[in-house]
Structures are given as structure tokens and as C-alpha cells.
Design a protein around this ligand. Structure first.
Ligand SMILES: CC(C)(COP(=O)(O)OP(=O)(O)OC[C@H]1O[C@@H](n2cnc3c(N)ncnc32)[C@H](O)[C@@H]1OP(=O)(O)O)[C@@H](O)C(=O)NCCC(=O)NCCS
Length: 226
């Protein structure tokens, strides 16, 4: 009986130490989650229940292993993280400070992805490659970027700082800073806070098919007015 109580006390101390270490080493990431998820009620809730934070903790350890060339161990840990959290981050990816994955399930981040500071990803977002080419084949994401649920950002492209990638968008070309991109393939709908007039700004159009459809819609409207 005394032995069982001792074991429980030791386990409780270990859990408390673990929580304290996570709060210290991941303080800024936990704050970022609290700031960016209106549903987050407390630090403890984030530490215990947020898969995005758990995936980041696994990733930081796996990335450290990867950097000392313990590739198999690193990969094994990232696969374990995938099993536990539903979020797959390749240990070779480079991720900045205050990174937050909200909800998380189905997120995939490829090996040569580079992510800046203060980036937010929602569930189902993919930062992937377009084929089987070697070398830098995944995107570079700037600072303070939001990537919506189910969005796919593919290939060695750059998403500029402060940009929003809309839910379910598929982005395969560079996106300048301060842009909002929606649709398949992605097209810029807002830049530097201004709504884009897609039919006038040809240089920034990512999608010629959308452009043609919008021109046709304008023509139909003109004809209907007559
Ligand atoms: C793109 C986004 C950032 C909105 O940006 P915004 O600048 O506020 O854009 P608006 O709401 O003014 O919409 C601009 C246009 O894009 C359209 N649009 C917005 N989001 C879109 C999307 N994901 N896909 C396709 N079109 C979209 C709007 O209907 C609007 O069209 P209109 O100009 O023809 O009326 C936002 O809609 C989005 O997708 N955020 C991701 C959030 C997310 O994934 N949440 C998951 C929570 S669980």
C-alpha cells in the first residue's frame, strides 16, 4: 500500500516537472496559441489538450536529432507524433518562433519547408512538393502568415509576410507580401489591404481561367443591361 502511494507521488511529481518544463521552454508558443485561438481558456488546457502544441514539441526534438544526422530516430519520432496528433511535420523542415497549428488533424509539412515566425496553420493544410524532384521542393512561408483549413501550398514557392491563404486554396506560385489568396488555383483577392480588381490588374493574376470567366461575366452583365 505504502509502495503504491509512493509510486503515485513519484508519477505526480514527474507529471508536474514535465508540465513545468513545457511551460518554460514553450512559453511563447503557448502564448501564441492562446492569442490566436479564441476558444483557448487557459495555459493548462493548451498544454494538456492542444495537438498543435504537442506536434511542435515532438518536432523540436525530432529536428534536433535530424540536425545531428540521426535521421532514422528523427523520422521515427515524427511518425510517432503523426500517430498521436494527426499532424505530420518532417524533422528536416525549418520552423520559426510562435508557430501554431489549430485543430491540426491532417496537416502535412514537407522536408524542405521553411516557415517564418508567427505562422498559423489550420487543419488539413499541406505544405508539400509538386513531384518527386530532389532538393528544395517545398514552400518558404514568410512571417505572420495564416494558412487556412485544407489549403495546399505546393512546390518551391514563397509566400510573402503577412499573407492569408484562404481555406481550401491551392497555391502553386509565389505570393507577394500582404496578400490574400483564395481559390483553385490560388488568385490574389486583396493586397496591402486593398481589394484587387482582378479584371484590371493583369500582372498579379495567378489564374487565367478565372480571369476569362470574370471577363465573360462582365460581358453578360453588360448585355443584360442593354
Ligand atoms: C480568405 C480569408 C482569409 C478571408 O479574407 P478576407 O480578406 O476577409 O476576404 P473576404 O471575406 O472579404 O472575401 C473576399 C472574397 O473572397 C471570397 N472568399 C473568402 N474566403 C474564400 C475561400 N476560402 N475560398 C474561396 N473564396 C473565398 C469571398 O467570398 C469574397 O468574394 P467576393 O469578393 O466575390 O464577395 C478567409 O475567408 C479564409 O479562408 N480564412 C481561413 C480561415 C480558416 O481556415 N478557418 C478554419 C477555422 S476552423
Amino acid at each position: 500500500m505504502v509502495c503504491a502511494i509512493n509510486i503515485i507521488i513519484i508519477l505526480a511529481i514527474l507529471v508536474a516537472v514535465k508540465l513545468a518544463l513545457i511551460s518554460i521552454f514553450f512559453y511563447s508558443d503557448i502564448r501564441a496559441a492562446q492569442k490566436r485561438d479564441p476558444a483557448a481558456k487557459s495555459f493548462l488546457e493548451i498544454i494538456l489538450l492542444y495537438q498543435g502544441l504537442h506536434a511542435l514539441i515532438y518536432y523540436r526534438i525530432a529536428n534536433a536529432l535530424y540536425r545531428v544526422h540521426l535521421f532514422f530516430l528523427a523520422r521515427a519520432l515524427s511518425q510517432l507524433a503523426r500517430l498521436v496528433t494527426g499532424i505530420e511535420i518532417h524533422p528536416g523542415a525549418r520552423i520559426g518562433k510562435r508557430f501554431f497549428v489549430d485543430h491540426g488533424m491532417g496537416v502535412v509539412i514537407g522536408e524542405t519547408t521553411i516557415i517564418g515566425d508567427d505562422v498559423l496553420l489550420y487543419q488539413g493544410a499541406t505544405l508539400g512538393g509538386t513531384g518527386i524532384v530532389k532538393g528544395k521542393r517545398h514552400p518558404t512561408i514568410g512571417n505572420n502568415v495564416v494558412i487556412g483549413a485544407g489549403a495546399k501550398v505546393l512546390g518551391n514557392i514563397t509566400i510573402g509576410d503577412n499573407s492569408y491563404i484562404g481555406a481550401n486554396a491551392v497555391v502553386v506560385k509565389d505570393v507577394p507580401a500582404n496578400s490574400t489568396v483564395v481559390g483553385v488555383p490560388g488568385r490574389i483577392t486583396k493586397q496591402d489591404g486593398k481589394k484587387m480588381d482582378v479584371s484590371l490588374d493583369h500582372a498579379r493574376i495567378l489564374d487565367p481561367i478565372m480571369q476569362t470567366i470574370e471577363e465573360l461575366q462582365d460581358r453578360v452583365k453588360d448585355l443584360e443591361k442593354k
